[in-house]
Write a protein that binds this ligand. Structure first.
Ligand code: HAM
Length: 429
């Protein structure tokens, strides 16, 4: 067949009617889980100031240096087609004074993004991403919760054999010393690095750890590990994240050289993979990834507020759904609030949240808050029918209190019977 005169731009693709069901499936699952965990949807413009990304993602990153589509307007503004969603979300958080709303602010997006990469299977120049971000909460429980949300979502889509890689890359206290020891090591192995990494050693040495060149692999494998240089605060934070992940039995592995390709990360970073590999020239491609960005809000002109989030490539997930996913759909019902006091109760609540999600009962929580009064106030505000309260006493006794928010009546039940009890109560309505 003769090639038509006009074709879609290189690296971009049409989503035809018979493919829509896969994309729809991902969209519905994202919306359901976002609603379940009380994330609000946000749409930002496709174009943003180019400086937002060079400042936010980092000048020395591949995304900013090589992959961003630039545009100069007639009025002389330097804009860029957004290559990712976190910097625009932080921009919107600051610009709309979301700091003045109850924290944390939980946002999600589902939008097209643009990167001028070499087009390959699973790598496009226009692609869809969904992401979840929690701004204004430092507590490590939200790190675990973000990972739990993404894992739960992939399970809802019927995907199997998902693995999670996780690391901590420290903060401004401990990273400089690590950086120095990494540079020392890289300089002494310079002859075994690719040309790009020789440059990166000087400009942005952590990026070397993210290099995909085969040549650099052995050097990266032998490099010093950030985890050995963490300051006590970062170590404690990371330990807690891992304890929470253990509590909810997520299949993670520690990946000591995981740094991710964007400069804004601090502390927790993670990536998701499938054993049904999405590959490009035999290189594994991540389904999604994310992490903490505790300085980004400040760096972009906001207050000293921390954040964490992650994003997934929809095309890569659709590729997997076609192979092994489930196209049937399940939807949800009642609204429950989970309130907790103390660390043990927090862990139990995290586990309980997952139990409720599996049964499609809607919940909300403020895991980062410790005051019961504030938590109950939030439960009333969102119109929860019941609040499950796990105080320190209940956590130790393996029980929970179920409070009817309308009548104020409370009863204590065994922890493992909470979900069944709520199911019965919601049937009676
Ligand atoms: P990222 O790792 O650059 O992170 O992208 C997240 C996901 O988007 C990737 O794992 C991949 O599935 C998909 N993706 C990226 N580039 C392409 C492409 N060219 N073609 C197809 N899919 C692609 C971020 O974007 C961060 N903003 C994530 C985040 C949110 N961190 C904190 N919050």
């Amino acid at each position: 067949m003769k090639k038509p005169k006009f074709q879609k731009p290189l690296g971009m693709h049409d989503i035809l009617p018979y493919e829509q069901k896969y994309f729809r499936k991902v969209y519905d699952a994202v919306q359901d889980i976002a609603e379940f965990y009380s994330f609000g949807k946000i749409d930002t413009p496709v174009l943003e100031s180019a400086e937002l990304f060079s400042k936010g993602i980092g000048l020395g990153t591949d995304i900013v240096q090589k992959e961003m589509y630039h545009l100069k307007t007639k009025g002389g503004d330097a804009l860029a087609l957004r290559p990712e969603g976190t910097a625009p979300i932080v921009r919107a958080y600051i610009e709309h004074g979301m700091i003045n709303r109850p924290q944390p602010v939980k946002l999600y997006y589902y939008s097209p993004f643009f990167r001028h990469e070499r087009p390959q299977a699973g790598r496009y120049r226009q692609f869809w991403q969904f992401g979840f971000e929690i701004l204004g909460e430092e507590n490590p429980i939200v790190d675990a919760q973000i990972i739990q949300i993404f894992y739960g979502l992939l399970m809802d889509l019927g995907l199997k054999n998902i693995s999670i890689e996780i690391n901590s890359i420290g903060d401004k206290e401990c990273r400089p010393a690590y950086r120095r020891s990494l540079v020392r090591y890289l300089k002494s192995n310079a002859e075994s690095l690719c040309a790009n990494c020789k440059k990166r050693t000087k400009e942005n040495p952590l990026r070397v750890l993210d290099c995909k060149e085969e040549k650099c692999r052995p050097v990266i494998n032998g490099a010093p590990q950030m985890i050995d240089s963490l300051c006590p605060e970062c170590k404690e934070h990371f330990k807690k994240v891992l304890e929470y992940l253990d509590e909810i039995e997520l299949p993670y592995t520690l990946e000591p050289h995981l740094v991710r390709g964007l400069d804004y990360y601090t502390r927790t970073v993670f990536e998701f993979f499938s054993s049904e590999e999405v590959t490009e020239n035999k290189k594994r491609l991540a389904l999604g990834g994310g992490g903490r960005y505790d300085y980004l809000i400040r760096q972009l002109g906001g207050r000293d507020v921390t954040g964490i989030g992650g994003a997934f490539g929809v095309e890569r997930i659709v590729q997997l759904i076609k192979k092994e996913g489930d196209l049937s759909s399940k939807r949800k019902k009642t609204k429950i609030f989970l309130a907790q006091l103390g660390d043990l109760a927090k862990r139990k609540s995290l586990r309980l949240a997952e139990e409720f999600r599996k049964t499609k009962i809607l919940i909300d929580e403020s895991f980062g808050k410790d005051s019961l009064k504030n938590q109950l106030a939030r439960a009333s505000r969102i119109g929860a029918e019941y609040t499950v309260i796990i105080g320190q006493k209940e956590a130790l006794e393996d029980t929970a209190i179920i409070r009817n928010m309308k009548s104020g009546k409370q009863e204590t039940v065994k922890f493992k019977e909470v979900v069944d009890k709520i199911k019965k109560l919601s049937k009676k309505r």
